[in-house]
Design a protein around this ligand. Structure first.
Ligand SMILES: *Cc1c(COP(=O)(O)O)cnc(C)c1O
Length: 388
């Protein structure tokens, strides 16, 4: 295929020129059969790496059985995955969709519906500077990404943005019209910025006191990414609503909104979607959650996390770079004076995929089952990269 064929696609992102044809575990291959050690994994999506056997089997089995009954009917994988998620979390009910933005859109709608029914029409949602929640118009309105500020005006009103990790600012922004606080426990797109435990516990208490809902966007942090199945578990708190996507499908389009019974208030017709609870996708989601909750799996994530974190720390010291941040296998390295985007391009030439969410930040989000040898290989390639 010639690169001129690419012009049939609406250009919405700066993509490298290679054409990718195959993925296997931690490696992605282009059409010249060059292999790349992939620490991006579809943007923290491929929980078990590229095309894991359990996914192939779930897809083949379900494709031969039932691909789409109708969103208006129950189907086996939809019911099974909902029950699995409820069993492994503090939530009671699940709504499935196809993307993170769609799940967040559902959370925003549910909160507003709850406000209509239970809080005098309260509708405002407090969100955070640096936050990322997706690219529907309401989600872009909820984002705290400066580059989105001037886009697609007028945006959806009702989102109040405050500084991250600033409990006093949240308290000051709250009023009778506030229905919810929505945040990522670790801001991924902002460059792996962690909410402190104190802040999250304070938020939970504040929401409780003010009769506001706490919404955790765990689209990036959920499904084992931070070393626990869900990031809220690190902090001993219970959000009212949580959204999942990326790692839930392990590579296929699947997302979910999980809620506490107490906030369940949609009327028939308020929420839905043609692909909601699609059996083909839910069968894959079930395989992912089973893999991540299998005995010993999260211990492996934490071991690889320590290995990668320690290795990045050594490289940072060796080359005079900045801090290593993050939890589990959602890690970042501050590159100091080095331009992170240029490093990403040079790494690609070395056969390594990494990501630069900010001008001076590299992000690492490998498959959760990356091997010890593969982490060592990645650190070796990074050493070579920084020495250039
Ligand atoms: C990726 C992401 C989204 C958006 O998910 P899509 O599937 O791209 O719509 C929302 N929130 C967070 C925290 C994300 O990382």
């Amino acid at each position: 295929m010639t690169s001129s064929a690419y012009s049939a696609l609406i250009p919405v992102a700066k993509r490298p020129g290679q054409l990718f044809v195959k993925g296997q575990g931690s490696y992605l291959f282009d059409d010249t059969n060059k292999g790349y050690l992939d620490l991006v994994q579809g943007w923290a999506v491929n929980t078990l790496g590229h095309s894991p056997l359990v996914m192939q089997e779930a897809l083949a089995r379900q494709a031969a059985t039932l691909v789409n009954a109708s969103p208006g009917f129950y189907n086996g994988p939809m019911v099974e995955l909902a029950n699995t998620l409820v069993k492994h979390s503090v939530f009671d009910q699940v709504f499935f969709a196809s993307s993170g933005a769609e799940a967040n859109e559902g959370a925003i709608k549910l909160a507003r519906r709850w406000g209509q029914k239970h809080k005098n029409g309260a509708f405002k949602i407090i969100t955070f500077e640096g936050g990322f929640h997706g690219r529907t118009l309401a989600c872009m309105s909820a984002c705290g990404k400066p580059a989105f500020e001037a886009l697609f005006e007028p945006k959806v009103p009702g989102f109040i943005k405050v500084p991250f990790n600033d409990l006093a600012a949240v308290a000051a922004a709250m009023d009778d019209a506030t229905v919810a606080v929505m945040l990522e426990p670790i801001q991924g797109e902002a460059g792996v910025v962690e909410a402190s435990c104190d802040f999250l516990q304070g938020l939970a208490a504040l929401c409780q006191a003010q009769n506001a809902l706490l919404i955790f966007d765990e689209v990036q942090t959920g499904i084992g990414r931070t070393g626990k199945l869900f990031a809220y578990e690190h902090h001993g708190i219970k959000p009212h609503i949580m959204t999942l996507a990326k790692g839930l499908g392990g590579g296929v389009p699947l997302s979910a909104m999980l809620i506490d019974n107490a906030v369940s208030c949609f009327e028939y017709g308020d929420q839905g979607g043609t692909f909601s609870g699609n059996p083909l996708m839910c069968a894959v989601g079930q395989a992912m959650v089973e893999a991540v909750t299998a005995p010993g799996f999260l211990a492996g994530v934490n071991a690889r996390s320590q290995q990668l974190k320690a290795g990045l720390g050594l490289l940072s010291a060796k080359y005079g770079l900045g801090e290593v941040r993050g939890q589990g296998l959602l890690l970042a390295l501050n590159t100091g004076m080095l331009d992170a985007s240029a490093l990403v391009e040079k790494a690609m030439a070395l056969g390594l995929f990494i990501n630069a969410p900010r001008a001076n930040t590299l992000r690492f989000m490998p498959a959760l089952n990356i091997s010890e040898a593969e982490v060592a290989e990645a650190l070796g390639l990074l050493d070579k990269l920084f020495s250039q």
